[in-house]
Design a protein around this ligand. Structure first.
Ligand code: ATP
Ligand code: MG
Length: 320
């Protein structure tokens, strides 16, 4: 059966886009083997605060559980806790060209104009390749922002197999089913993101109801005055309709004003996030439980990971 991996960077507060675009498809596909990976190693490719990283990593694990990821069916891991990720990362660096990494768009964007760019930002896509190839993953749900990195993972795997003998499963990128792309409410031309400095356009998964209501009330619309899908001329209204559909699982009634649309969206979002918030509060009372889930995830995936590293080392001519 196909194996899937979905990654989450513990770089900030999770938002509605993460839920609709990644967590829900993960929960919906739990009949197949899958891994939910918290990419805490990737979160260190930019300036970071150690205490914040630790808190964020636990928070992502807790939110995954609160959103319905079942640790009996989906392994939940942090990539730093399975050291085979770092070992394979180095081995793959020895099979990747400097130019291949340096021409990645995300590297160019995140490094441009910055001082003290970390070397790990350059090698980030190689670590991502290791994350995937380590677990014999065949399907990776990816958004546009990661498709170039996935292509590099495929190139590395294919070339390695040709040069050193069959070693890796070559992964395929897929669009998750029913995973709408949620845009920023304050700037609907860009996607909702953890790393956008302003929270004005972001609906946090753990935001209290009054914050959600205010964020939606302030969402950018337009002067057309008609509630309809028109991504080109009415991106804000189209995004709100997309959120409404994703959160209510039905075609919205005919709405006559932006005020009515925003009220509907607020109710639908609260109906989805309310139970997650409550479950999160319950789980937070016992952080030991969440840590235990991560330890179990590690124990579950490690035999296969160790076998992949063993194969890779042997193919490269390293002594066992
Ligand atoms: P960052 O800004 O740090 O990259 P992010 O918001 O893009 O944060 P990631 O951790 O990179 O979040 O992505 C986690 C998952 O959520 C990925 O599968 C990604 O495709 C999905 N995702 C992220 N943003 C959105 C969005 N706005 N709409 C739908 N899916 C999204
Ligand atoms: Mg991202």
């Amino acid at each position: 059966m196909t194996r899937r991996l979905t990654g989450f960077q513990p770089t900030g507060r999770l938002h509605l886009g993460n839920l609709i675009g990644a967590m829900r498809p993960l929960v919906a596909a739990q009949d197949r083997p899958s891994i939910a990976m918290i990419a805490d190693l990737h979160a260190m490719t930019m300036e970071h605060d150690p205490q914040q990283l630790r808190a964020n990593t636990l928070q992502v694990a807790t939110v995954l559980l609160a959103a319905g990821v079942d640790p009996q069916r989906t392994a939940i891991i942090a990539n730093s806790q399975v050291p085979e990720h770092t070992e394979l990362h180095y081995l793959l660096e020895c099979a990747t060209g400097y130019g291949e990494a340096a021409r990645m768009i995300q590297f160019k964007e995140k490094s441009a104009g910055h001082k003290g760019v970390r070397l790990s930002l350059l090698t980030y896509p190689v670590l991502m390749a290791a994350d995937i190839l380590l677990h014999d993953i065949d399907q990776v749900p990816v958004g546009d922002d990661q498709s170039q990195h996935l292509e590099l993972a495929r190139t590395i795997a294919t070339r390695f197999n040709t040069r050193y003998g069959p070693t890796f499963t070559v992964p395929e990128g897929i669009r998750p089913e029913n995973a709408a792309r949620i845009m920023d409410l304050a700037d609907p031309a860009r996607k909702m993101s953890k790393s956008t400095p302003s929270a004005a356009g972001r609906i946090g998964l753990l935001d209290p109801p009054d914050v959600i209501r205010r964020t939606i009330a302030r969402a950018v619309t337009d002067t057309v005055g008609v509630v309809r899908d028109d991504p080109e001329h009415q991106p804000g209204v189209t995004n709100l309709l997309g959120i409404l559909r994703a959160c209510s699982d039905r075609e919205p009634e005919q709405l006559t004003s932006y005020g009515a649309l925003k009220r509907e969206v607020t109710d639908a979002v609260e109906a989805v996030l309310g139970p997650i918030r409550a479950r999160y509060a319950e789980l937070s009372e016992d952080p030991g439980h969440v840590r235990k889930i991560l330890a179990e995830g590690k124990a579950w995936v490690q035999p296969r990971a160790a076998e992949t590293v063993r194969r890779t080392r042997a193919a490269l001519g390293l002594l066992d």
